[in-house]
Design a protein around this ligand. Structure first.
Ligand code: BJW
Ligand code: ZN
Length: 245
């Protein structure tokens, strides 16, 4: 079922009564903070080719170019702040008995909004990882190719590129949280990138109530218990208000 602009009362009631809640977010949740999404008319993949910037082969070919792109995105994020969608998700965590946030976003805005139990399955923009020794560092520089503080090796952004495996423990924790969720909320993701796109289906298979929030239908829409079409920054606060007022 897909509805425009109005959260169904059933979704709010289920959320209020749920013992365990899992939320999966994608780039659409940060769109209202001014961070570009990947797909769609204004998405990054309109202007940049994923295979030139977001694969290990691209980094091996031209690490300088890849770092420039990541430094630019880090600057965008440093000038942005959390929006009402991020804050509503933090509000759900405050009220739920058991809560996990699984995010594909690498921008750190969920933590800025007060979320605590976060699985960043695609990594974090503000971290670098040494290609030589695996050492991870928080990034503070804004340009150039960072060098490892431990072995001086070349560092790469600590994010998950196409063709790379996700961290096994983090991914297992995400699937466990999906399978045990009584309510599973999916917001602002096109649901096309695997394995993240399988999480909501895993939740539905195990009997969880799946609520999708997006501007447009996605491959999940036919399976979700409810899909509400509209901006996450309006619909998520509406959901919280309805569930706990
Ligand atoms: C709003 C809104 C508002 C806007 N309110 N909503 C063929 C079939 C199946 C799988 C594969 C395949 N070929 C290759 C694969 C594997 C590949 C994959 O899934 N590809 C598909 C694209 C086909 N996956 C991988 O490679 C993964 N690894 C893996 O599978 O390992 C094993 C393996 C290896 C090799 C082959 C096969 C298996 C790794 C995926 C890593 C993804 N990395 C990126 C970059 C991360 C770092 C960075 O940020 O730089 O992750 S790509 C990019 O997509 C980023 C995102 O996290 C991810 C998901 O995007 P997201 O968040 O959904 O954003 P959008 O832009 O797609 O959607 C935004 C949505 O928001 C839209 O729906 C809007 O409508 C909505 N929206 N504003 C509400 N205000
Ligand atoms: Zn190192």
């Amino acid at each position: 079922m897909s509805d425009t602009g109005q959260v169904p009362g059933e979704a709010a009631r289920r959320l209020n009564e749920a013992g365990s809640v899992t939320v999966l977010t994608g780039a659409g949740v940060s769109a209202e903070s001014g961070i570009p999404t990947f797909r769609g008319a204004d998405g990054l993949w309109q202007e940049y080719r994923a295979q030139d910037l977001a694969t290990p082969q691209a980094f091996a070919r031209d690490p300088q170019l890849v770092w420039e792109w990541y430094h630019w995105r880090r600057r965008l994020v440093s000038e942005a702040s959390a929006n009402l969608a991020h804050k509503a998700i933090a509000g759900i965590e405050d009220r739920a008995d058991a809560f996990t946030l699984v995010t594909q976003n690498v921008d750190g805005l969920h933590r800025a909004a007060g979320s605590r139990n976060i699985l960043e399955i695609h990594g974090n923009l503000n971290r670098a990882r040494c290609l030589n020794c695996g050492h991870r560092e928080h990034l503070d520089r804004q340009e150039g190719i960072p060098r490892c503080g431990s072995c001086q090796g070349v560092m790469r952004p600590d994010v998950v590129w196409f063709g790379e495996s996700l961290d096994r423990q983090t991914l297992e924790a995400a699937f466990t949280a999906a399978a045990s969720a009584q309510v599973f909320i999916v917001a602002g993701t096109s649901n096309v990138v695997q394995p993240a796109a399988s999480l909501a289906f895993a939740a539905a298979d195990r009997g969880g109530y799946v609520l999708e929030i997006n501007l447009e239908p996605t491959p999940l829409t036919g399976t979700a218990d409810a899909t509400v079409l509209g901006p996450a920054g309006e619909l998520l606060p509406q959901l919280v208000e309805m569930a706990w007022s």
